[in-house]
Ligand binder design. Sequence first.
Ligand code: ZN
Ligand code: ZN
Length: 266
Amino acid sequence: MPFDAKSILPSLEDLLNLIYPCVCLQCGLAIQKINLEPPKGLGAGDDSGFERPHSFCPPCWRSIRRLEGPACPVCSAPLASEAALSHSPSHRCGDCRENTPAFSFAVTPFAHEGAIAKAIHVYKYQNQPRLARPLVHLFINDIASLQIDTVMAIPLHHTRLREREFNQSLLLAKEVSRLLEIPLQINAMQRIRETPSQVGLSRKARKKNIHRAFQVRNPEFIQAQRILLIDDVYTTGATLREGAKTLIRCGAKNVVVAALARMVSS
Ligand SMILES: [Zn+2]
Ligand SMILES: [Zn+2]
């Protein structure tokens, strides 16, 4: 009988279960097994080799809160009451009325809390680029039907890129581009100023901090394009507003922005 190496070699799944710590990062629960099943709803033919976020237990991952209820039709900020929208369906939030964004609208489906906040933190600051894929799978259905020609990411300044080793928004954009089969544009826009971290700054300070931080070096790449601009977290929207403004000023037809999670006051 011929020797069959396959029968004694561990499977990829067995190896992954050995390599990655099987403890939920959110609740500490031991996770028995990594499941490589693709998520539901991602049509046939997806051979992305989806990895369930093996650092989170299924209950924690499922507890990620989707933002539902009345929201600003432009920036998707949750509105305090349904009343405003029932009188005028196009009722915009105070921020958008005061200062209309250059983007057409914002897709921010999840509250930045619990497992998703933890996952984004681990992804960004603990150098875990492999989390890009499961994170994108969380919101791919929210952006799949958009009419877009080009996917882009909020660029990092090169000194920040050296510190962090990867641009977290670009990896998300890459994954979106691959799944939706829409070209990714990585060279058109740069961050020309190294802006101090936005963490802890007020809305006004954030706006000032990010003002004119981006530059389009290759406007021909974005001319008349419908662009999806991606970032990881939508806090006050200052960064995505400035990015969209820069792209529109340089010839983009329109810009839709998307972020995985949104800071909301509970
Ligand atoms: Zn858990
Ligand atoms: Zn708004």
